[in-house]
Ligand binder design. Structure first.
Ligand SMILES: [Zn+2]
Length: 385
């Protein structure tokens, strides 16, 4: 590369908007697409390369050899100017990728933007119509096998239903949108296009694991659920704007991972459990992909008797990297496998307890304490471990 072009690229990188990746926002792009005219991070450059050079031609800013015409495309384009066209009509429900987000989300954003060019016109998208139908692979409740099931999402009926097959009369489940969370779960499911749906049934959370071979299809379902939820929110909260409501749409879980926890009595030892922190709900499971949590703990506000503290409480064995969660009903003792893990959990839980409660949090607390009959009773009332 000539010194002159290297200097021109450096100057361009300093311009507002070019200092972060055009697709995920990561600071300090190291790549650029010299036909689209945008600066990119390494992950998104890989995504561009995957869709092919007929759409995007990428090159390393440091290692590539830059010709005059290529630099000129970047000079006349740049992240902000290109986004004005390629991101002109991104629906409010659409989840824009952030650094570290699942690959499927990043790749489908790149394809939607530059391959399908779906944000350049204000047309209705497949996922904003308020209804979606089709087959998805669903994990069986008690075994690690997936079967095709027919799904129908209906914003008008406020639910997602699934049937054993297309045309079947009776749904296997009808999930109200208001009680449902959907998140991308590729790592846990070992499936790039893995989706986890969680909802409350008879007072307990139920997890459903889904995937589709096509990343485009799975992201369409994901966005369709977000879109339907957003539209329902707008009816429920007419004075709020779309932007105010979007943060309350489905998000990935704040934190997930194994911790050991003790039972309610002093004599109980530690047992390894899979924990999921979902807003103000801390769930624990025997295995990562269980259909039901063994217990669910509502996380109230710190002024109402909730606290996270380092170490083990009196009369309880410290197993190493131990911390405990105090709730008005019970103290839960946890042990992490290393300091970083413990600190991450303590920080995440502390942040939740400091957050003011919203009306829907109180509703969740009520639904969680509505005791479920049988073995899935909740920790708030039961002594199950
Ligand atoms: Zn990026």
């Amino acid at each position: 590369m000539t010194d002159r072009n290297a200097k021109r690229l450096l100057e361009l990188l300093r311009q507002p908007g070019n200092d972060e990746c055009a697709d995920c926002g990561l600071k300090g792009p190291e790549w650029a697409s010299y036909n689209l005219g945008v600066f990119l991070c390494t992950t998104c450059a890989t995504g561009h390369r995957k869709i092919g050079s007929h759409i995007s031609k990428v090159k390393s800013l440091k290692l590539g050899k830059w010709e005059d015409p290529e630099v000129e495309v970047l000079e006349s384009g740049g992240n902000r100017l290109v986004a004005k066209k390629t991101e002109r009509f991104v629906p409010a429900c659409y989840r824009r990728p952030k650094p570290g987000d699942p690959h499927v989300l990043i790749e489908q954003w790149i394809r939607a933007k530059y391959e399908r060019r779906e944000f350049e016109t204000d047309t209705c998208k497949d996922y904003t119509r308020g209804e979606m139908r089709g087959h998805l692979m669903k994990k069986a409740k008690d075994e690690n096998k997936y079967f095709p099931r027919y799904f129908i999402l209906s914003e008008a009926e406020n639910c997602l239903k699934y049937f054993p097959k297309e045309g079947a009369k009776e749904p296997k489940a009808t999930i109200p949108l208001s009680e449902m969370n959907v998140c991308l779960a590729p790592a846990k499911m070992h499936q790039d296009n893995g989706l986890q749906i969680s909802y409350i049934v008879e007072g307990s959370t139920r997890h459903v694991y889904l995937y589709h071979e096509s990343g485009h299809v799975i992201i369409n379902w994901y966005m369709a659920i977000r879109s339907a939820k957003l539209n329902r929110f707008m009816v429920a909260y007419p004075s709020a704007s779309e932007t105010e409501l979007v943060p309350f749409l489905c998000t990935d879980f704040a934190l997930e991972g194994y911790l050991s926890k003790t039972g309610p009595s002093e004599a109980d030892g530690y047992r390894k459990r899979w924990f999921i922190l979902d807003h103000r709900k801390l769930m624990y499971h025997t295995g990562q992909m269980d259909a039901y949590p063994k217990g669910e703990i509502f996380l109230g506000h710190k002024d109402d008797g909730y606290a996270v503290e380092l170490g083990a409480p009196k009369n309880c064995k410290d197993q190493g990297f131990t911390f405990h969660l105090v709730t008005p009903e019970r103290t839960f003792v946890f042990s992490a496998s290393c300091r970083e893990e413990r600190d991450a959990w303590m920080a995440a839980l502390t942040a939740v307890l400091a957050r003011p409660l919203r009306p829907q949090d109180n509703l969740m607390a009520v639904s969680l304490v509505r005791k479920r009959a049988g073995k899935f009773s909740l920790d708030i009332f039961s002594l199950a471990q």
